[in-house]
Write a protein that binds this ligand. Structure first.
Ligand SMILES: Nc1nc2c(ncn2[C@@H]2O[C@H](COP(=O)(O)OP(=O)(O)OP(=O)(O)O)[C@@H](O)[C@H]2O)c(=O)[nH]1
Ligand SMILES: [Mg+2]
Length: 301
């Protein structure tokens, strides 16, 4: 078969997952990719930038965009998060709008839905976390969205339990345009390894600390030396907004930082499939979340 024949039926396109913080976008991204590419925690606003993942099949290639949760920004970092999600909405061939079956988020979801143009491209509704509810609760939700919005599909799923994902994939492929693949089929993402390494460290900080620390922290990889012999050397800076947070982050006798380092290293090694030596440093960058220059330096704009 020549390339022309091979690609006449090939489908490829961009699919963007959007929704409120914490509804399960990154969990779904990882479940579809069969790989933990995007960090996941129980806290909202975990994802701060678009995460591009490539799902390659026999006759298709989906460029999946996981996005930061949509919210009303209160500081510049959050503005960059919302802009990133909006950019991914523009770039998409298909939008997966995610809500969750539990809790009462309808008001916030309606705000987001108001900003979407249902005429310009197909939008699916994904009702996630159905593992947590009884079916009786689901049907009125489907009915409500069906009555009020022009979703092309409404798909109840559990991203965590991988329930409903086969249907979702099938519906997605129906909407993908005919295109040759955009990327080689063995690639999972196009971002450099150091981006994901910083994300993994941030995930551990989100999981380990409560309240302010996760939100006022960012991670910057200062050195990443690959070595033919021995372990790769990675030096990461954890930047906080206030000097008095340093003590909390480091912990008594350095225990907290040590724990973060250990958890992060284990996962980085899994991600890279090779051993690394990870060094963590803590620095202060006052009000970095509202400083355009620092936001650019840290890769948010
Ligand atoms: N029970 C259950 N929990 C889920 C499901 N999907 C995601 N979660 C949990 O919901 C929490 C948030 O998941 P994420 O995937 O980080 O959510 P997100 O939408 O990417 O969140 P942000 O990046 O903050 O916008 C985590 O604790 C997940 O384990 C699901 O289908 N069922
Ligand atoms: Mg996320």
């Amino acid at each position: 078969m020549n390339n022309f024949e091979k690609y006449t039926n090939f489908k490829a396109g961009y699919i963007t997952i959007i929704g409120r913080p914490n509804c399960g976008k990154s969990t779904l991204t990882n479940a579809l990719l069969n790989f933990k590419l995007s960090i996941v925690t129980h806290k909202p606003q975990t994802t701060r930038q678009n995460i591009l993942g490539i799902l390659s099949g026999e006759n298709y290639q989906i460029i999946l965009m996981d996005t930061p949760g949509l919210l009303t920004p209160k500081y510049k970092l959050q503005e960059t998060m919302v802009s990133a999600a909006k950019k991914a909405i523009q770039d998409a061939d298909l939008i997966l709008f995610m809500t969750e079956a539990t809790g009462d988020y309808r008001e916030k979801d309606i705000q987001i839905l108001k900003s979407l143009n249902f005429e310009s491209k197909p939008i699916f509704l994904l009702i996630n976390k159905i593992d947590l509810i009884h079916k009786d609760v689901l049907l009125p939700q489907i009915e409500y969205y069906h009555q009020n919005y022009k979703f092309q599909e409404i798909v109840p799923i559990s991203a965590l339990k991988r329930d409903g994902l086969d249907y979702l994939l099938k519906f997605c492929l129906e909407k993908l345009p005919i295109n040759p693949p955009f990327y080689p089929d063995n690639e999972l993402s196009i971002y450099p390894e150091r981006f994901f390494v910083a994300e993994i460290i941030r995930e551990k900080i989100f999981m380990h600390f409560d309240q302010e620390i996760p939100y006022t922290t960012t991670v910057h990889i200062e050195e990443f030396k690959e070595r033919d012999k021995g372990k790769d050397y990675i030096k990461a800076m954890i930047f906080i907004e206030r000097a008095n947070h340093r003590k909390i982050l480091i912990g008594k006798n350095g225990q907290a930082l040590k724990k973060i380092g250990q958890m992060a290293r284990e996962e980085i090694e899994k991600f890279l499939s090779r051993p690394v030596y990870l060094e963590l440093w803590v620095g202060v960058r006052e009000k970095w979340r509202d400083d355009p220059r620092l936001l650019r330096e840290f890769g948010y704009t």
